[in-house]
Each structure stands twice: as structure tokens, then as C-alpha cells.
Design a protein around this ligand. Structure first.
Ligand code: EPU
Length: 299
């Protein structure tokens, strides 16, 4: 055991007690006990194999745009992929998990491929977007996947087929997984006319135009409940602008919580509980988070 731990702690580039806050768009979160940021897939395989053998929990972190990290941090290994390859080959676009989603979207559009325009303006990495099936109310990126490459807890590389992804609204089997990490994926897209693509891009940007910009936030906090909109429900209970500590419900869009500067994860979680309680009391609807929690019990 000591031997494995020594091997693990001796891995090149492994950092101790790295503060995670700067790696999130909420700018919230304590330190990771272990932190590895690398583009070396074999190093990731090794780190996962050793961590699993040493009973150290591990979790991937993409662009940090859809996650709430505990103020006490993560008592395990956080893996951040920094490989950023992105290639278009006829109707297929293949990218590393660490690639910015925006770059993947731009590359597709640049080759007159259609189907990803809805993702214009979504922050984060390609891997994170695939894992959480990022998108709009009606469309998600994982639905376009031809295959996803991942590493399992024994350090082995695998390929997941579309049928095995368990895709649903803002969800795939990878979203909360603590035993698998996406390292890349391939999407299949159709070809189209540049003009048609540009009008879909415009439409996507217009839909996001009233979302808060240039602030610390994690996008939408809640999934839309069936036949309804979380933002609208939050507006109707009168919680827009509500502040707890440094966390505030956006005045623009009710489904966004903004870190006004000094928010802690605890402030955000108290605000989330308040929203859930008030929406439940008034409408009998139980809102569910679309953001992922990291560093809390069972996460
Ligand atoms: N609405 C309000 N008040 C608000 C917010 C929304 O009344 O404060 C109403 C709007 O007027 C509209 C409806 O609710 O009638 C839906 O609002 P919007 O068009 O902004 O879309 P959304 O359902 O709130 C979804 C995705 C967003 C995505 C947008 C645009 C979810 C949870 N959210 O938002 O995704 O950007 O469509 O495509 O599915 C995210 O996942 O992080 C995210 C921001």
C-alpha cells in the first residue's frame, strides 16, 4: 500500500493542495488534495490506476463551468486534461476532452458542418460538454456523438458507443461518474450552406443574449422541469436579485446565480435550498440541479 502511495505521489507534475477556485467559472472552491493537469494520456492512465489502488477518490475537471466545488475542497485527485487537438475529417469532428468547446464549434462551422450551432456561447471544455450533454432545453451535444474515448478506474482506454452513453437532458453516464473519465470524442455532423449555418448561429446567440455576461457564475443552476422553465419559476417566486452572502440570483435570468465577489460554496448552496423550497411551496415543483457538486458527501 505504502509502495503504491509512494508511486502515486511520485508521478511527474502531481501537485498537492492546489486551490480549485481559479479553475471554475464560479470562482468558488477549496483545494484539491492532489491535482494533475497534463496532456499526457499515459500519465493520466497511471495516475488513475495508482489512485484507485491506493483508495484515493478521483474526479475529472473540465472548464469548471458547471460545477460547485466545496469550500473544503476535494479530498482526492482532480484530473485536468490539457490536450487540445481538434480535427475535422469529412462529416466527423474529433477533439480531445481538454479542447475548448468554442473551438470545436468554430472548427465545425468553418468546415460548413451543421448541428452544433446551438452550442455557440456555451463555456467549458469539449469533455465536460459531452459528459453533461451541454446544450439548450431541446438539444444536447452528446446526441451527436459517434464515439467517446474514456479511461476506466483500472487505467485502461475504452471506446463508448452512442447506445452506451445513456443520454438524456443534461445527462450522460459520465456526468457523475467517479470511475470513468472522458479523454476525447467524435461527433457526426451534416453539411450545410454557410448562410443557413450563420442564421442558426445568430439564433443561438440571440437566445443567450439576456443571460448574465462577464460575471462569475456556472450557467443555469437547475434543469428545466417538464413543460416549464426554472428561470421563470424563480422569477415568479420573487427571488431574482435575492442575495445570501456573496451569492445572488441574477437580475437578468432567474436560473443563474452570480458570485458577486466573495461568495462561498456555502452561500450558493443556501441560496439553492431557498429557491428549491420556495418553488416547491408555491408550485409543488421540485427543481433539480443541472450543476455538478464536487467535494461534498458522496461526490
Ligand atoms: N424566463 C423568465 N424569467 C427568467 C428566465 C426565463 O420568465 O428569469 C422565461 C423566458 O421568458 C422564456 C423561458 O423562461 O419564456 C425560457 O427562458 P430562456 O429562453 O432563457 O431559456 P432557458 O430554458 O431558461 C435554456 C437552457 C440554457 C440555454 C438557453 C438558450 C436549461 C436549464 N437552460 O434556458 O442553458 O442557454 O435555453 O438556449 O436547459 C445552461 O445549461 O447552463 C444554460 C444556460
Amino acid at each position: 500500500m505504502a509502495n503504491i502511495l509512494e508511486q502515486f505521489e511520485g508521478l511527474p507534475g502531481l501537485k498537492l493542495n492546489e486551490t480549485l477556485k481559479p479553475f471554475t467559472t464560479f470562482n468558488v472552491g477549496g483545494p484539491a488534495k492532489y491535482f494533475l493537469e497534463t496532456n499526457d494520456i499515459s500519465l493520466i492512465q497511471q495516475s488513475i490506476k495508482f489512485a484507485t489502488a491506493a483508495d484515493i477518490p478521483w474526479a475529472p475537471l473540465g472548464g469548471g463551468s458547471n460545477v460547485i466545488i466545496s469550500d473544503s475542497g476535494y479530498q482526492g485527485l482532480i484530473i485536468k486534461l490539457s490536450s487540445v487537438k481538434c480535427e475535422v475529417n469529412s462529416n466527423l469532428i474529433t477533439a480531445d476532452a481538454g479542447t475548448n468547446l468554442a473551438r470545436v464549434v468554430r472548427s465545425a462551422i468553418g468546415k460548413n458542418l451543421t448541428g452544433l450551432e446551438f452550442a455557440v456561447g456555451i463555456p467549458g471544455t469539449f469533455g465536460g460538454a459531452l459528459a453533461g450533454n451541454a446544450g439548450t432545453s431541446g438539444k444536447g451535444i452528446a446526441e451527436l456523438a459517434r464515439e467517446i474515448q474514456y479511461i476506466s478506474s483500472d487505467g485502461e482506454l475504452h471506446i463508448a458507443t452512442p447506445e452506451s452513453l445513456d443520454v438524456s437532458y443534461r445527462y450522460t453516464r459520465f456526468k457523475y461518474s467517479t470511475t470513468e473519465i472522458i479523454i476525447g470524442g467524435t461527433l457526426y455532423l451534416n453539411t450545410s450552406e454557410p448562410q443557413q449555418i450563420q442564421s442558426l448561429v445568430k439564433e443561438a446567440l440571440h437566445k443567450r443574449s439576456w443571460q448574465p455576461k462577464g460575471v462569475w457564475c456556472a450557467g443555469c443552476i437547475f434543469k428545466n422541469p417538464a413543460n416549464n422553465f426554472a428561470g421563470k419559476l424563480i422569477q415568479e417566486v420573487g427571488l431574482k436579485g435575492k442575495k445570501i452572502g456573496g451569492a445572488k440570483v441574477s437580475e437578468n435570468h432567474g436560473n443563474f446565480i452570480v458570485n458577486t465577489g466573495s461568495a462561498t460554496a456555502e452561500d450558493i448552496i443556501i441560496l439553492i435550498s431557498l429557491i428549491k423550497q420556495q418553488v416547491r411551496d408555491k408550485f409543488g415543483i421540485q427543481l433539480e440541479e443541472e450543476v455538478r457538486y464536487l467535494g461534498f458527501e458522496n461526490n
